[in-house]
Design a protein around this ligand. Structure first.
Ligand SMILES: Nc1nc2c(c(=O)[nH]1)N(C=O)[C@@H](CNc1ccc(C(=O)N[C@@H](CCC(=O)O)C(=O)O)cc1)CN2
Ligand SMILES: Nc1ncnc2c1ncn2[C@@H]1O[C@H](COP(=O)(O)OP(=O)(O)OP(=O)(O)O)[C@@H](O)[C@H]1O
Length: 200
């Protein structure tokens, strides 16, 4: 991993944490509106969010406004390096993972594979106008959704962040999975390639 990428990550994480409480509360509401208005917002099935940490934009407003036909899920880290997903409702048991992020406390058999999601809201440290994403550096989303580089949606991959996390251009790595959209409190970016099937 390049030092540039690391330095950018540090700077953008700091910027994300520095957003004042009142602004983040308002931003979460605006973000929910953007996510609910996506042209490809599914009407039924499973959708994945994340448990916001380290200054990430929160998803509670979106979760609370989902239609009852959609089941909200949270990511669970697998020992094999893949993310799996578990339905989670307020009050369901949680347990901290190796990074201290709460995840549903469920048996392995009841976890859903990444491909079972209709839409996934992807946490990000930075993004650019083409839908390239800089994450925390673990490669979790890239590994888990690598199949989206060979086939079209679903699952639709939608980055969520504060507008302050947008940068001019992120250098794409060969393993990076591009996002179909990025939503922030200021609007929705739909990169020109959104949903384009990858030729065989
Ligand atoms: N809310 C949320 N959940 C998520 C992610 C995320 O970015 N945000 N992930 C997105 O991939 C996955 C977890 N990936 C992560 C990768 C690195 C670190 C992290 O905090 N690294 C530390 C140092 C390592 C350590 O503590 O062992 C750090 O740099 O602060 C956290 C999560 C799955 N769940
Ligand atoms: N499809 C893949 N197969 C194998 N390894 C992968 C794959 N995708 C990413 N990786 C590994 O993950 C590492 C981290 O990738 P990267 O820096 O792009 O993470 P990130 O997208 O910022 O992290 P995250 O998704 O956890 O937020 C890379 O060094 C790469 O070796």
């Amino acid at each position: 991993m390049s030092g540039d990428r690391d330095a950018l990550r540090r700077e953008l994480r700091q910027r994300r944490r520095a957003i004042p409480a009142a602004a983040r509360i308002a931003a979460a509401e605006r973000l929910a509106e953007q996510l609910l208005a996506l042209p490809f917002a599914p009407a039924s099935g499973h959708v994945a969010g994340y448990w916001a940490m380290d200054g990430e934009i929160a998803l509670h407003a979106w979760q609370l406004r989902l239609p009852p036909t959609l089941h909200y899920c949270l990511p669970v880290l697998g020992a094999d390096g893949q993310l799996r997903f578990a339905p989670w409702r307020r009050g369901d048991a949680l347990v901290g993972n190796r990074f201290g992020i709460p995840e549903p406390d469920v048996a392995a058999e009841s976890l859903l594979p990444a491909a079972a999601m209709a839409l996934v809201v992807v946490p990000l440290v930075g993004f650019d106008a083409r839908g390239q994403r800089l994450g925390m550096g673990g490669g979790w989303y890239d590994r888990s959704f690598a199949f989206r580089n060979r086939q079209g949606p679903p699952p639709w991959l939608v980055g969520a962040g504060f507008a302050a996390q947008q940068v001019q251009v992120l250098a794409a790595e060969s393993w990076d999975v591009a996002l179909d959209a990025v939503c922030s409190e200021q609007g929705t970016l739909l990169p020109a390639t959104a949903g384009t099937p990858v030729p065989p």
